[in-house]
Design a protein around this ligand. Structure first.
Ligand code: BT5
Length: 254
């Protein structure tokens, strides 16, 4: 246990309990174990290094020392399962707004789960959950943010770090404190059925709003112009064939 446990947060639930490890396989995996042991809502797990950091669809998330790798445990039974993407959006909005304020960068959100600076990815989010048709039992929101860490050769081209963008070392604690505070605010709004703020702040921060994109969804590809997101957090695209509402997929800006 170390520095991240002494954040002095003024949140009500998020980060009330913080577990900090020197090394973990994945903060999402450890959080899952905590859920099974009945961890309280808002518990946060941080690791200085992950040996098996995960992206979506079995991809690897490179997580060396110097980055901010953490997960938040939630029991959002008030969110219908088909709206779960709103949680990922709340996480990407809070991360983008926090880094923009603290590092004076222009982080933008690429639906559904990336924060970019320019064309390069600075943060990725992995939401894992257990749910049935109409209720989410638990959700683990994993956030990976490149702060002062190095990138490997494969990532140099398509990723960036806050250190690279600003030329200075930011404090991981300051960034984490800002993200958790911001996230709690949006989470409470969702709890009160408010999606207006999320939609508005997402549009303000969107890297793809009104842009022509190609969405890859399994073996299917859809090209169109981004009109926005709907109340369930689905991406709304307009193509020649009409309007499409997309729940998951990988987006390429054309
Ligand atoms: C994501 O997946 O972007 C979700 C990443 C979530 C990581 C956090 S860290 C804390 C928590 N614990 C975990 O085990 N995971 C979460 P996806 O959209 O599938 O993007 C994965 C792709 O991003 C990889 O295939 C690489 O191309 C690229 N990538 C890997 N590491 C990166 C890094 N450090 N920075 C930028 N891009 C990276």
């Amino acid at each position: 246990m170390g520095k991240y446990t002494e954040l002095d947060l003024d949140t009500e639930i998020i980060g009330k309990r913080i577990f900090h490890f020197d090394e973990l396989s994945s903060t999402n995996n450890f959080s899952r174990e905590l859920v099974e042991k009945g961890a309280e809502e808002g518990t946060v797990v941080v690791a200085d290094e992950q040996t098996m950091g995960k992206g979506r669809k079995e991809r690897t998330w490179y997580s060396p020392r110097g980055g901010l790798w953490f997960s938040i445990i939630l029991y959002p039974n008030f969110i219908q399962t088909d709206r779960s993407i709103l949680l990922t959006m709340a996480a990407s909005i809070s991360t983008a707004e926090s880094i923009n304020a603290l590092a004076d960068v222009e982080g933008k959100i690429k639906w559904p789960n990336d924060v970019l600076i320019g064309k390069k990815k600075v943060c990725g989010i992995l939401t894992e959950m257990e749910a049935d048709v109409d209720e989410i039992h638990h959700a683990i929101i994993g956030i990976g943010l490149n702060v002062n860490n190095e990138l490997n050769q494969d990532l140099e081209e398509k990723a960036t770090t806050l250190l690279k963008e600003t030329g200075r070392n930011l404090s991981g604690e300051d960034v984490l404190r800002a993200i958790l505070g911001n996230f709690e605010d949006l989470y409470f709004r969702l709890k009160n059925r408010g999606t207006r703020q999320i939609k508005k702040r997402w549009s303000d921060l969107s890297a793809i709003h009104q842009k022509e994109v190609l969405v890859e969804k399994g073996s299917k590809k859809i090209q169109g112009k981004v009109e926005g997101i709907d109340d369930r957090g689905r991406l709304v695209l307009r193509s020649e064939a009409g309007e499409h509402s997309i729940m998951t997929g990988d987006v390429e800006i054309l």
